[in-house]
Design a protein around this ligand. Structure first.
Ligand SMILES: *[C@@H]1O[C@H](CO)[C@@H](O)[C@H](O)[C@H]1NC(C)=O
Ligand SMILES: *[C@@H]1O[C@H](CO)[C@@H](O)[C@H](O)[C@H]1NC(C)=O
Ligand SMILES: *[C@@H]1O[C@H](CO)[C@@H](O)[C@H](O)[C@H]1NC(C)=O
Ligand SMILES: *[C@@H]1O[C@H](CO)[C@@H](O)[C@H](O)[C@H]1NC(C)=O
Ligand SMILES: *[C@@H]1O[C@H](CO)[C@@H](O)[C@H](O)[C@H]1NC(C)=O
Ligand SMILES: *[C@@H]1O[C@H](CO)[C@@H](O)[C@H](O)[C@H]1NC(C)=O
Ligand SMILES: *[C@@H]1O[C@H](CO)[C@@H](O)[C@H](O)[C@H]1NC(C)=O
Length: 860
């Protein structure tokens, strides 16, 4: 105890000066700065913000963060709000409804804003005033693993953009966990642990969230990593100071970490009289990397560490940054005992510890742990929350997965604790159009109306961002809607698409395509489903059908989606593209087609014939593309062909059809060829799969959101900010490990093996449909698969999957340590000469008819 006090006293003297400074003279200034960052100069002059004590409203439900938008006599846009968050949400309302634009991850159209800021304010663009408020005081954002799957390699510029996005979406309670290890490290240094003892407990940069949750510990890959690991932690700490300062400037209440109960093994030896537990083995990780020790929350040591952690945090970041602290005791782990009395005493102890550290502390937790329903039976769950109530603790439960496994329903609104309705939607940051729109449109309001009246927040809590933007934006939009109004998903979607593509450039055919997509891909219900996982990004085998969580067998009508694809592509036809018809792009995949045809001399079946026809005969025109004369077609400039959101969607929908509908059918024919010992069939379908993968990679490469180079490029840029602490150079296998090597390994390992071994249970869990990854990782695996099937068939042997896995593991292992940019054609981002729409049209000409046929044969 003595040691702690002295060390902390020293520390505070050094760091007090680094505290987050107070907000500048004008409280609205951060909003003006945001406008300056995002909008044309004219808007900076014409938009006025005014923070008021209160904005009178007649609503009895929408009473939080109220804004009012009007125009002044001299035609300025005046946004008044009772909080900075209200001002941000008000600005977004104006941008969406009056200006028809929207900030988004895939890019925005702020460069197309009318040169004079529109002055019509209300939704119907007729009235001159709008007043709106939120039904909940809190709008939060992210879950604890988003820091691993999405934000781990962000620099300050990227964070700045995201915080602006948060402001516009009315988010006032973001998770802010960057640099958490800096605090943890100091806590243990103060207790006398050595840097090495602490570092061997920490995990690699891309895996920090799972160490914070007590799932894993220690490094793999570059095992000697004390220097680079700690250098990364230092750089994250610097970033966090900027992040918090900006969040505070916008009046947000960041959710900061607290002591999570998990400790390095070295600490256990130091406190022989304290009860520690060993968490269970997590996700089949090797024992040396899991079974993390944690101190029982009822131990005095827990209270001490909880208090010291928050004290340190206040010293580093400032006294009043927040009173909301996240503490997930049992995320994917089971408590030491299911005795209701034990759990009640535990939560009481946590409340006391947090309150000692900060008398206003609110215990934030993710409700995810409750999805382990076999353990968390109603009486066990109730006693957990009873402990909090009996200790008069304040808590906020993020019901992480309200869109699929809502916990608020069977806990009677978390027994009256404050909680928030969340959509997780995404697992592991992978691609997939997926969601439950009907649920999203109604269930938050059901939660709001629950008699317990304890729903106090709404938010999105995805593992990874950059997908399904409509649904993500919608959640935040709903917070400002009247909870008794029934909403039309179709209308909201149409409006979103118009803002995304440009109202004048959006065609009825595009809206029709999206209506079909929303009725299929965004209407997938059921517990623990998630996006459809593609065959592309899992290790090839003979039978790849999987059901349940992230199934490979689609649970939607693929015919409707294939038809939506056709409509989306048809909606890109212009005079220019029409005249291009017949001049097929010569892609790598076309070469593969030709080779396949030469090899396979026999009569093709209908599937192959259709797939081959365009590659080998450029004079043929797909009947589905036969069309009216060019005169009926629009000019390219009348369509949103260059809008980043449109290009994103064209890729996303094409990707979904090629990989979820077409690839499994080709795989089936490949396996049939193997079953029948038909070498020609194996080669033919092996080549078709190769062509499909090459086409996919080419298309993905045209948008930075679908580019491996971006992920690795960010990791490399962050590496440049890392300073290795003195004398802590790391040597692995005789070679110096640089920050760039280290972070690129982290980046590559997470999206492939997710752990030390090829066949680990999380291998390919965080797979990505990203150009570059597809071509340099998934394609070689598939090529090797077809080749091995052929060899095995010819030799007359049985298929040996284990042997194949061993061969593949050798290739994958090398890939983990690769360095991007060393091979021909590896760039950090899209090439300007590759046009998304042109490539998508070309792909549709070759694969469209086939995709439609497969999808129709499936759905009948
Ligand atoms: C642990 O408890 C024993 C018995 O009460 C005591 O003798 C010993 O000093 C304690 N050790 C520490 C490190 O507190
Ligand atoms: C923190 O907030 C308290 C209560 O509002 C206030 O008294 C105190 O001066 C603040 N401290 C700092 C450093 O801003
Ligand atoms: C809104 O709906 C709830 C639940 O259906 C109902 O209890 C309440 O009276 C309604 N409020 C208004 C203003 O219509
Ligand atoms: C969503 O799917 C359900 C069946 O699972 C169906 O009853 C409902 O009409 C669908 N909703 C929409 C909007 O398509
Ligand atoms: C396309 O542009 C040409 C000249 O730029 C113009 O004459 C024509 O009317 C436009 N067509 C359409 C459909 O807008
Ligand atoms: C291939 O043969 C296996 C084993 O007989 C069988 O289970 C599978 O359905 C066959 N696959 C195809 C596509 O014919
Ligand atoms: C780690 O460094 C030590 C020396 O500090 C060395 O003996 C050991 O071989 C290194 N490990 C690896 C994997 O290179």
């Amino acid at each position: 105890m003595l040691i702690i006090t002295i060390a902390i006293g020293l520390c505070s003297a050094l760091t007090l000066t680094q505290a987050v400074p107070a907000v500048g003279p004008r409280p609205e200034q951060p909003l003006y700065d945001l406008v300056q960052r995002l909008l044309p100069a004219k808007y900076q002059k014409e938009i006025q913000f005014s923070l008021k004590d209160a904005i009178p409203t007649t609503s009895t439900t929408n009473v939080h963060d109220v804004y009012r938008i009007t125009t002044s006599k001299n035609s300025k846009i005046v946004i008044e709000g009772d909080s900075l968050s209200a001002l941000g949400a008000g600005l977004n309302y104006y941008l969406r409804n009056s200006c028809q634009v929207e900030m988004s991850w895939s890019g925005d159209r702020f460069n197309e804003l009318p040169s004079n800021p529109p002055t019509a304010i209300s939704e119907a663009n007729t009235g001159s005033e709008i007043i709106q408020g939120s039904i909940v005081p809190w709008r939060y954002y992210m879950n604890v693993v988003t820091a691993g799957y999405s934000t781990v390699f962000w620099d300050w510029q990227r964070w700045e953009r995201e915080i602006d996005w948060m402001v516009l979406n009315g988010i006032n309670m973001p998770l802010a966990l960057t640099g958490q290890e800096y605090i943890t490290r100091q806590l243990y240094l103060n207790l006398g642990l050595s840097l090495e003892e602490i570092s061997s407990y920490f995990v690699g940069a891309a895996f920090q969230p799972w160490n914070r949750m007590g799932n894993i510990q220690g490094s793999w890959g570059f095992k000697n990593d004390t220097g680079v690991k700690n250098g990364f932690i230092d750089s994250q700490f610097e970033l966090q100071k900027k992040i918090l300062q900006r969040m505070k400037a916008f009046g947000m209440t960041p959710i900061l970490p607290s002591f999570q109960s998990f400790v390095p093994s070295a600490l256990v030896q130091k406190f022989p009289n304290t009860t520690f537990h060993e968490a269970s083995q997590w996700s089949g990780m090797p024992l040396e990397n899991t079974m993390v020790h944690y101190v029982d929350p009822q131990e005095p040591l827990f209270a001490t560490l909880a208090e010291e952690f928050i004290k340190l945090q206040k010293q580093y970041y400032g006294e009043n940054v927040t009173d909301h602290y996240i503490l997930d005791l049992y995320n994917e782990l089971l408590p030491a005992s299911s005795e209701p009395e034990y759990l009640k005493s535990t939560t009481k102890a946590v409340v006391h510890a947090l309150r000692n550290a900060d008398k206003n502390a609110v215990w934030v937790m993710q409700g995810w742990f409750l999805t382990a329903t076999q353990f968390w039976t109603p009486p066990v769950t109730k006693s957990f929350f009873d402990g909090i109530r009996e200790a008069e603790g304040k808590a906020f439960i993020i019901d992480l997965y309200s869109d699929g496994m809502p916990q608020w329903k069977h806990t009677d609104g978390f027994y009256g604790m404050d909680w928030g309705w969340s959509m997780i939607n995404n697992f592991a940051g992978g691609q997939g159009i997926f969601g439950v729109l009907p649920t999203v449109l109604t269930e938050p309001f059901a939660g709001y109306h629950h008699p317990a009246k304890s729903m106090k927040g709404m938010g999105v809590t995805p593992d990874g961002i950059n997908t399904n933007e409509f649904l993500y934006h919608l959640i935040y939009d709903l917070a400002w809607k009247n909870p008794n109004e029934s909403l039309s998903g179709k209308l909201l979607l149409d409006q979103f698409i118009q803002r995304r593509y440009g109202a004048k450039k959006t065609t009825p055919l595009m809206l029709e395509a999206w209506d079909q997509i929303s009725k299929t891909l965004w209407n997938i219900t059921g517990e623990l489903t998630g996006k459809v996982k593609s065959y592309l990004d899992i290790n090839p085998k003979l039978n790849m059908e999987a059901f349940g969580f992230e199934p490979t067998v689609p649970m939607y009508d693929t015919a409707v989606v294939a038809d939506a694809w056709k409509k989306l592509i048809k909606s890109t036809e212009t005079k220019e593209s029409n005249s291009r018809l017949g001049h097929r792009l010569v892609s790598e995949s076309a070469v593969t087609f030709t080779k396949a045809k030469e090899f396979a001399q026999e009569e093709f079946d209908v599937l192959a014939r259709e797939a081959l026809s365009f590659a080998t005969d450029s004079s043929k025109t797909d009947v589905s593309q036969q069309r009216h004369s060019s005169n009926d077609l629009p000019n390219a400039s009348d369509l949103p062909l260059k809008a980043p959101g449109f290009r994103f969607d064209v890729i996303d929908v094409t990707r979904e059809v090629l990989l979820i509908t077409v690839l499994p059918a080709l795989h089936k024919e490949l396996v049939k060829g193997f079953n029948d010992t038909n070498a020609a069939q194996i080669v033919l379908y092996g080549s078709l799969i190769e062509a499909l993968i090459l086409d996919t990679d080419k298309l993905l490469s045209t948008h930075s959101q679908f580019h491996l180079g971006k992920w690795l490029g960010n990791a490399n840029a962050i590496a440049k900010t890392i300073k290795i602490p003195n004398g802590k150079q790391d040597f692995n296998n005789g070679q110096l490990t640089t920050p760039a090597n280290y972070l690129e390994f982290q980046a590559r390992n997470q999206i492939t093996w997710w752990g030390p071994a090829s066949q680990g249970s999380l291998a390919d869990y965080a797979s990505k449909q990203w150009a570059g990854l597809v071509k340099t990782y998934y394609l070689p695996r598939w090529q090797h698969f077809s080749k091995s099937l052929l060899k095995t068939a010819i030799s007359g042997q049985a298929w040996n999957q284990d042997k194949f896995n061993v061969e593949i593991a050798a290739f994958e292992g090398k890939w983990q340590y690769g360095t991007w940019g060393q091979r021909k054609g590896e760039t950090w981002g899209p090439s300007p000469k590759d046009d998304t729409v042109e490539i998508a049209q070309d792909i549709f000409r070759r694969w469209g008819k086939l995709a439609i046929r497969i999808s129709q044969s499936k759905s009948t």
